[in-house]
Write a protein of this length. Structure first.
Length: 194
């Protein structure tokens, strides 16, 4: 974040902060709406797409219906129910006619969310360099150590201060981050405290 912006925010009154929040929220909604319209204009029934979600990495889907804000898709291969997916979660640049099954770029949702919530958020406030998603073993060592620390019972529960729902959410987020990191590194990661 721009340091001048941080200084400006720190001197604003509560009323001014609420007005700024309202303006920023409206701008974000407008940008998301434009992005959705842009994506929707490229869609047609029968089109092959991917879904940007960890459970659907590498899978291809066919659009069977286009709704106002979502599309209904069904898997191209195998059985299973279809999904109703927001436009912004679709991966449009897949080629179903190629001889080999395309590899869709995973987004590493859990690892990204964990890094943002527990590390990069505070680093942004303090104007420190952000922790990026590691791409190799060397870069992954620091993240693996942070995951080992995060999975310990006293850290997950904040020394018993959190309720069961929040503890379960944090556990799922950390274990999802571990799975994302295993996918990046192509090997199993053993956590010490889990």
């Amino acid at each position: 974040m721009n340091p001048n912006f941080s200084k400006l925010i720190s001197i604003m009154t509560e009323t001014e902060l609420r007005e700024a929040n309202s303006i920023i929220t409206d701008m974000l909604k407008a940008k998301r709406s434009v992005a959705s319209v842009s994506i929707k204009s490229q869609l047609h029934t029968g089109m092959t797409v991917g879904i940007d979600h960890p459970s659907n990495v590498g899978q291809l889907f066919e659009i069977i219906k286009i709704n106002r804000t979502r599309v209904n898709v069904k898997p191209l291969e195998g059985f299973g129910a279809g999904y109703s997916v927001p436009f912004t979660m679709l991966i449009l640049d897949v080629d179903a006619k190629s001889a080999t099954k395309p590899t869709l770029k995973p987004s590493y949702v859990y690892l990204s969310a964990w890094l943002e919530e527990f590390h990069n958020h505070m680093r942004r406030v303090l104007n420190q360099s952000l922790i990026e998603i590691p791409t190799n073993e060397e870069n992954a060592k620091e993240v693996i150590n942070m995951l080992n620390t995060a999975i310990s019972p006293e850290n997950i529960s904040c020394d018993g201060e959190l309720n069961r729902t929040e503890i379960n959410r944090r556990t799922r987020l950390i274990l999802g981050a571990v799975k994302d990191l295993e996918q990046i590194l192509g090997r199993k990661i053993e956590l010490e405290d889990y």
